[in-house]
Design a protein around this ligand. Sequence first.
Ligand code: SF4
Ligand code: SF4
Length: 197
Amino acid sequence: MPRFCRKIYLSIKTILLGMRVTVRYCFARTITAQYPDVEPICQERFKGFHVYQIERCIACMACARACPVDCISVERTAPRKLDKATGLVTGGKIKRFAINYTTCLFCGLCTDPCPTKCIHMGPVYDYSGYDRALRTVEFTELAKQGRRTVVPLWHKKAKLPHWAAANRDYWEKFDADKRDLMLESVGPDDSAGDNEK
Ligand code: SF4
Ligand code: SF4
């Protein structure tokens, strides 16, 4: 009987705890974020578009295997290996590293098994556009431009709100000292890959 009563007590307590959050939001003041004039505030652990460090990627496919919707494609020219002494990857090149964002769930499961910790969930949340085909992001093409992640299309406009211009400048300068390594890691488009998904 005491066990039965305790279960009822815990059930009611759990419901009340959940309802406390719901009720608090029911009566909270509604706030409209004036995006894009005002920068939206994301939570610290927000999972946005990926940030990919190509020069540390060994094309092991662990991320692609962990992905529940098979939206990661990896192609390499030959095996790649991380030299622990120098921290540099040697061997083949990355022919293609792409993520299809029409199916990506932004779950982050791809980042956990990465042995070199070269793929992360980033802070960029806006990559809307008019063409579904372009929602597959070719990270190897971004690497050729010295970029780690996507840039919102509207950030290419000449006149931007101050916060957006600052974000654009931040990503333009991000890891600028690694640009040579990034370029060296990208394989030729016409070489025969030995690993595909
Ligand atoms: S965030 Fe999730 S769905 Fe998206 S690529 Fe990673 S594992 Fe796949
Ligand atoms: S798990 Fe990491 S090292 Fe392996 S292919 Fe994915 S991003 Fe590259």
